[in-house]
Design a protein around this ligand. Structure first.
Ligand code: MN
Length: 336
């Protein structure tokens, strides 16, 4: 059995430099300011984290060896290019994808990659997805939740979703801090961060996709959620129940299917950042063994601990092999 980890972060020097330039300009989204002041800041405390993010070469592979990870599916770390203007973001995404593709070509047995795109320009994002698939050999798309307060259910993003569906490129809907319409109450106590705000933001995004009927328009679109599904598996019965009430009283439009049916058909989830036995058991109960996949969330999390957790989790070996390997190889079309 191979262990394939699928929410593994990297950053390019140019994206890092442009984050700093944006931060120094003083004109940016409030949410990005919080991130740039803390985890993205160029401080001695962050130096080891940033060094690990920048390394997609021998250091990364040596760390994967130590952690027991055979293959990492890399993606440009949050918030990626989504905080920049459309032209800069589009250029930086293409550069990042070229660098990622080069790293993958150098180590095709150990690395695969998800393409960064700039949803700020949906048409060019669509062409970048096509290029990433056909020319670069990347196997999916990473989108860090909202783009300047906008969510992918909006009509303007249809070119991006059309191409992702057509090219069979799953979209990893990755967290970032809550969007501008949500952010104020999350500014206190560090709640904007991965303690809570990330899951609120990302689950909201997923729920907007479901409740807008996006999957009626794009029935083959695949979305990946990390962090054991960002809480949605826990709520699924209640979501259906209250959606049906809203339909009965005429408060929402009836979708072709129940919310849970889209979740169980169009979504897969990963273990990224979660080492809770009860959370894993709930995810497996709700989604089944074919829709839960291993991820470590390196370098933000301890990948060795993530491996140990799933190695020791109470399940049969066939289930464990699905989570560590077979679900990922099937979803991304990876060899072996
Ligand atoms: Mn992550």
């Amino acid at each position: 059995m191979k262990r394939i980890a699928i929410e593994e972060a990297f950053v390019t020097r140019s994206v890092m430099a442009e984050w700093h330039r944006l931060h120094q300009s003083g004109v940016m989204e409030d949410g990005f300011r919080l991130m740039a002041n803390t985890i993205l800041a160029d401080t001695p405390g962050n130096a080891p984290l940033h060094a690990r993010l920048l390394d997609v070469g021998p250091g990364r592979l040596a760390q994967m060896d130590r952690d027991g990870i055979d293959m990492a599916v890399l993606s440009l770390t949050s918030p990626g290019v989504q905080v920049f203007n459309a032209d800069l973001a589009t250029t930086l995404a293409a550069e990042a994808n070229d660098e990622l593709a080069a790293a993958v070509r150098a180590q095709p047995q150990r690395l695969a990659g998800l393409a960064a795109v700039a949803p700020q320009d949906p048409e060019r994002a669509a062409r970048e997805i096509e290029r990433a698939r056909r020319s670069l050999g990347l196997v999916g798309v990473i989108i860090n939740s909202h783009t300047q307060g906008e969510y992918l259910d909006l009509d303007k993003f249809q070119p991006l979703l059309t191409t992702a569906e057509y090219e069979d490129m799953p979209i990893y809907l990755h967290p970032r801090e809550p969007g501008p319409g949500l952010l104020d109450p999350y500014k206190d106590y560090g709640l904007y961060f991965a303690t809570w705000g990330f899951a609120v933001e990302t689950s909201l995004h997923a729920m907007r996709l479901i409740m807008s009927g996006t999957f009626d328009r794009f029935p083959k679109l695949k979305v990946i959620l990390g962090h054991m599904g960002e809480g949605i598996p826990f709520w699924l019965q209640r979501i259906d129940n209250r959606y049906q009430l809203q339909v009965r009283i005429g408060a929402v439009k009836k979708l072709k299917r129940l919310p849970s049916e889209y979740f169980l058909e169009n979504f897969v989830i990963t273990t990224a950042g979660v080492t809770s036995g009860p959370a894993l058991r709930l995810a497996l109960d709700v989604l089944g063994a074919d829709r839960v996949m291993f991820a470590a969330d390196f370098p933000y999390e301890d990948a060795a601990e993530a491996v140990r957790f799933l190695n020791e989790a109470d399940m049969d070996d066939a289930t464990r092999a699905k989570l560590f390997q077979h679900n990922a190889t099937a979803l991304f079309g990876l060899a072996g």
